[in-house]
Design a protein around this ligand. Structure first.
Ligand code: HAM
Length: 419
């Protein structure tokens, strides 16, 4: 009977023929993070539910509607991480990293889980490259994080990506803004979705990020946070804009960006693909998150995360994945005497770090050569009785180069020198 179990809705499988695309992106992420002085952190796939309720915010869509939360067998409420920022802060608090050298810079490559309606570029399990910087209140730190994200996208060959920035101020300037929003939305409270009616008193800014079409339409005419910034927040934003301009990083100001997570203060930003309208990366400053999770600690933070599925999609559309180049060698065998000789040559090649394969299917030489071609082998060698006897082989260069002869004992080295 055929297997009827399918991958869960909103998840993806990466097949052997495509995994190099993911590796390209992950390698670029590690390279670029390293260049800016960020080191990797790793943390669990699931955490106490409370971490996200307090960190991400209990009036956000993520916490109210999208978390994979369940009781484990010990009756504890745990949640599959919907993002990495809250976990990264938890790691730093738990291990006392905020008492060490500052600024503290860390990056991560993680899976994340959100129970969203699957559609183009939106999945229930997705992957992120994220970077976080702690301990600096300077707008230069904001510039650095944005520059890191921009460099990563450039490293992938992605130009024509729009950078939109905004400032959503600090708790001080938000008091007046919240008041203005309450007044604005109260007038049309009946039309708001049920969740947003609940948000009106507790956190009216969240209504600006609701995905329901009617709330979106009402939110389009709402007062803008930029008109309510205090002097310090205004100055921070001005310095950031100048620093981006000085650094040749193009941006647009989009006063409608509020982001979907509660912890942001001041700078917020998104990198968007203009063709699909999808956000490829997003982030911002979160100066209150650390103290939200540990009231004794006051540490500024900021960062961003990029969605890897979306990057793969856009890079595919733009033809940015090179065809895999020919590499490695295939050692074909004709007859049983050749088998140990071919195995020996293959293991010598592998010791030199070169992919080498031999026949495991008892195929004809013709079929073996077809396999060598389809697996993109750079070299092919056929070993039969006469090669075993003479101790020399002919190496075929499948990339179109001249074939060459080599002593069996020298063949691995001769191929390695040409790769
Ligand atoms: P976020 O904007 O929620 O921010 O997610 C960052 C990126 O992850 C998005 O721009 C998008 O590319 C990708 N993404 C989000 N949800 C999905 C989904 N359902 N399917 C596919 N891709 C998705 C954060 O997660 C923050 N933690 C970023 C951050 C780090 N802020 C400060 N530090």
């Amino acid at each position: 009977m055929a297997l009827e179990i399918k991958a869960p809705r909103g998840t993806n499988d990466v097949l052997p023929a495509d995994s190099y695309k993911w590796q390209m992106i992950e390698d670029a992420a590690r390279r670029v993070a390293q260049r800016f002085g960020y080191r990797e952190i790793r943390f669990p796939t699931f955490e106490s539910t409370e971490l996200f309720e307090r960190g991400v915010g209990d009036t956000t869509d993520v916490v109210q509607k999208e978390m994979y939360t369940f009781k484990d067998k010990g009756d504890r409420s745990v949640t599959l991480r919907p993002e990495g920022t809250a976990s990264a802060v938890r790691v730093c608090l738990e291990h006392g990293l905020f008492g060490g050298l500052m600024p503290l810079k860390a990056y991560y490559l993680i899976s994340a889980f959100r129970y969203e309606k699957p559609q183009a570029g939106r999945f229930r399990e997705f992957h992120q490259f994220g970077a976080e910087l702690y301990g600096s209140s300077s707008p230069q730190a904001d510039r650095e994080v944005i520059e890191l994200a921009a460099s990563f996208l450039r490293e992938l060959g992605l130009d024509r990506i729009a950078l939109n920035i905004n400032s959503i101020g600090c708790p001080e300037c938000r008091k007046n803004y919240h008041q203005a929003l309450k007044e604005y939305f109260s007038a049309r409270a009946e039309e708001l979705c049920e969740t947003c009616r609940g948000r009106l008193e507790r956190n009216p800014m969240r209504i600006l990020d609701c995905k329901s079409p009617i709330c979106k339409e009402i939110a389009a005419g709402a007062p803008l946070i930029l008109d309510y910034l205090c002097d310090d927040c205004k100055e921070h934003f001005e310095i950031l804009k100048k620093s981006l301009t000085d650094g040749g990083i193009e941006f647009h100001i989009d006063p409608h960006i509020v982001r979907g997570l509660d912890y942001y203060t001041r700078t917020v930003f998104e990198f968007t693909d203009p063709d699909s309208g999808l956000a490829l990366a997003g982030g911002g400053r979160y100066d209150g998150l650390v103290s939200e999770l540990d009231s004794k600690m006051q540490v500024c933070g900021l960062g961003f995360a990029a969605g890897l599925e979306r990057l793969v999609g856009v890079m595919q559309e733009r033809g940015l994945f090179p065809e895999p180049a020919r590499e490695g060698a295939y050692i074909a065998t004709m007859g049983q005497n050749a088998v140990p000789v071919a195995n020996k040559l293959a293991s010598e090649l592998r010791k030199l770090g070169i992919r080498a394969e031999t026949d495991l299917m008892n195929r004809s030489v013709k079929a073996q050569m077809k396999y060598a071609d389809k697996t993109n082998s750079r070299f092919a060698v056929v070993i039969g009785d006469s090669e075993v006897e003479s101790g020399t082989v002919t190496v075929k260069d499948m990339a179109g180069g001249e074939p060459f002869e080599a002593a069996l004992s020298e063949a691995a080295k001769a191929m390695a020198e040409r790769i």
